[in-house]
Design a protein around this ligand. Structure first.
Ligand code: FUL
Length: 503
């Protein structure tokens, strides 16, 4: 990943009044002086605080929220985990329409989707060359259908990103547990990563082994999660075939699990982590939830949650679709804590997004759009107790310029600092948004927000980890608001401090 690029030098206008020089020479000299003066005034950007995100992780972080689509035999058997002996004939959506599914997700403001190309039951939503257990033996589209292709194409048409979930645990395959299965798994991955265009995320599930059909053996198969899958080689295959794809698994390598399926990141949630701190499969959910402040790797959390109680569609849950209020809060508890949200919205037996889910996500997005439509910090006068080298490139107004590439920073030695927005008139807001300039890493440990009450500063909120963004709820009315960097591991680099009235 690229650390911040060199800043445009601040242009100072040097005074040169040599009346005796001819105009051309004096202009040439003036521009030389301008250049040297500006070089002297321009401060170097801060050194990144490592670890920092890769270019791939930076792009991923900008997505904020996308959909998860659990679809397959379970949709028709009313199960969450198929045993692997389900007949392909069961898979028969009556009205599958990928464009309609994608349109509903787009109306919900979701920027992409990850499809369960294969869940634990082993049924493939594409006609894989390597198994008969797929759509090619289902009555749907007379065995000529390909859900992965239709979804990938519909995403491309609608401008959404497309990703795949390929369950490592396969309760259908006879070889599961033996080395031959790993060859099969990688062959399938190769199909998915070469035949369906760009893939933005590959989702490796952590459920591992147990009982299943296994080609008719109907046994229980235990695998060693440390050695069996040969993850290093599989990850290398993804890198080779889709270098821009982010890889999710409990422990990365690009994004980690948030440690629960409730949709809630830790109130403190660091984007850094040490995947080797615990034995494989033993990292506690509570640690995944909070991250590790001094972890050696950039490994931000992805928050996975279903809009319904289950991951797959069940008619009995039609009245249990999460409310718009709940979804709105989930956004604050995930995206508002520096994570990405992957919201599961499972297609029903028609192969459509159920009306209740479609309505909920559409209203959710309208509410979010309305909440963040007006940035009340726009036009505020920003001042700070310090800025880096006195260079305007790092001046406090960078936090309100709407440009994620610019930031306010201080000299290297500062691990606390304060920035004030003078709003010109009493202004009511109930949420502030703070963002760090992510290419320089997660630098800030703790911030406080203060409001001016006419006579003195009153602390109104504090927050820890900032990173990609932190939404802080704090209803208040004031004409001056202050962001205090209370503690930082390296001089702060704040790209945004904005205010919203969301209610
Ligand atoms: C889990 C799976 O076992 C669930 O069925 C679901 O796919 C969820 C997202 O991940 O590990």
């Amino acid at each position: 990943m690229e650390p911040a690029g060199p800043r445009a030098p601040a242009v100072l206008a040097p005074h040169h009044g040599g009346r005796t020089m001819n105009l051309k020479r004096s202009l040439a000299l003036a521009s030389l002086l301008t250049i040297s003066a500006s070089i002297a005034a321009a401060a170097e950007p801060p050194e990144p605080r490592r670890p920092v995100p890769s270019a791939r992780q930076l792009r991923w972080q900008g997505l904020e929220s996308y959909a998860f689509l659990h679809f397959g035999p379970n949709t028709f058997t009313d199960k969450e985990w198929g045993y692997g002996d389900e007949s392909p004939a069961l898979f028969n959506p009556t009205d599958f329409n990928a464009d309609a599914v994608v349109a509903a997700l787009k109306d919900g403001g979701l920027r992409g989707l990850v499809l369960t190309a294969k869940h634990h039951d082993g049924f493939c939503l594409w006609p894989s060359k390597f198994t008969e257990h797929s759509v090619k033996n289902s009555p749907w589209r007379n065995g000529k259908g390909d859900v992965v292709r239709e979804m990938a194409d519909a995403c491309r048409r609608a401008g959404l990103l497309f990703g795949v979930y390929l369950s490592p645990w396969d309760r259908n395959h006879q070889d599961y547990g033996a080395p031959e299965y790993i060859t099969y798994y990688r062959s399938q991955l190769r199909e998915l990563l070469t035949e369906y265009g760009p893939i933005f995320e590959v989702w490796f599930d952590g459920a591992n082994g147990g009982d299943g059909y296994y080609g008719g053996a109907r046994t229980k198969r235990k695998i060693d999660p440390v050695t069996y899958y040969g993850w290093d080689e599989t990850i290398a295959l993804v890198r080779e075939l889709q270098p821009d794809a982010c890889i999710f698994s409990d422990l990365g390598p690009d994004t980690r699990w948030v440690g629960n399926e409730k949709g809630v990141a830790g109130d403190t949630c660091w984007s850094t982590f040490d995947p080797k701190a615990y034995a494989v499969g033993k990292t506690p959910g509570s640690i995944l939830n909070v991250g590790m402040r001094d972890g050696p790797l950039w490994l931000p959390a992805e928050v996975d949650v279903s809009i319904r109680p289950g991951w797959f569609y069940h008619a009995a849950e039609d009245a249990k679709v999460k409310s718009v209020d709940r979804l709105y809060q989930l956004y604050f508890d995930s995206v508002g804590r520096g994570c990405n949200l992957i919201l599961n919205i499972p297609p029903d037996r028609r192969g459509r997004i159920h009306e209740a889910d479609a309505r909920a996500i559409k209203e959710w997005r309208s509410r979010l759009d309305a909440a963040f439509a007006v940035d009340l910090a726009q036009g505020a006068k920003a001042t700070a107790d310090q800025s880096r080298g006195g260079d305007p490139a790092y001046a406090p107004d960078k936090v309100v310029d709407g440009d994620p590439a610019t930031y306010w920073s201080t000299d290297d030695a500062a691990t606390s600092a304060a920035l004030t927005l003078d709003l010109g008139k009493p202004t009511t807001f109930d949420v502030v948004r703070v963002r760090e300039h992510l290419p320089l890493g997660q630098r800030i440990d703790e911030v406080a927000v203060d409001a001016w009450d006419g006579g003195e500063w009153k602390p109104i909120a504090t927050a820890t980890s900032i990173g990609a963004q932190r939404l802080i709820a704090l209803p208040t009315t004031t004409d001056r608001v202050r962001l205090r960097i209370v503690k930082a591991a390296a001089c702060p680099a704040v790209s945004e401090f904005t205010l919203f009235k969301t209610h």
